[in-house]
Design a protein around this ligand. Structure first.
Ligand SMILES: [Zn+2]
Length: 101
């Protein structure tokens, strides 16, 4: 699976979208509510996602959209991120997967 996000503790967070993004390997408390979508909807096979990056620490994840999200379509764009800790847990889980990949 290709991604432009590189998780690194050796390099400072850097945003070189759409070519490369250096991200801390894990989110911090600052990420809650500071994650901003970057760029247009990305497609990879039959999966669609946005890159979402913390404005404070540079932590980046891919926010995959489910079929349900896609049905709701553009109404999602511009909405604030889910304001629950469940959301942080979800991206933390995803970061763990991608970090191990
Ligand atoms: Zn952050």
């Amino acid at each position: 699976m290709t991604t432009i996000v590189k998780y690194s503790t050796d390099h400072a967070a850097r945003n070189n979208f759409p070519y490369e993004i250096i991200s801390p390997p894990f989110p911090s408390r600052c990420c809650w509510g500071r994650m901003a979508r970057m760029g247009p909807l990305q497609e990879e096979g039959d999966r669609r996602f946005y890159y979402r990056r913390c404005e404070a620490c540079g932590f980046t994840v891919r926010e995959f959209l489910s079929a349900f999200d896609l049905e709701r379509g553009v109404s999602l764009v511009g909405q604030a991120p889910d304001r629950t800790w469940r959301w942080i847990e979800r991206i933390q889980y995803q970061a763990t997967i991608e970090h191990a990949a």
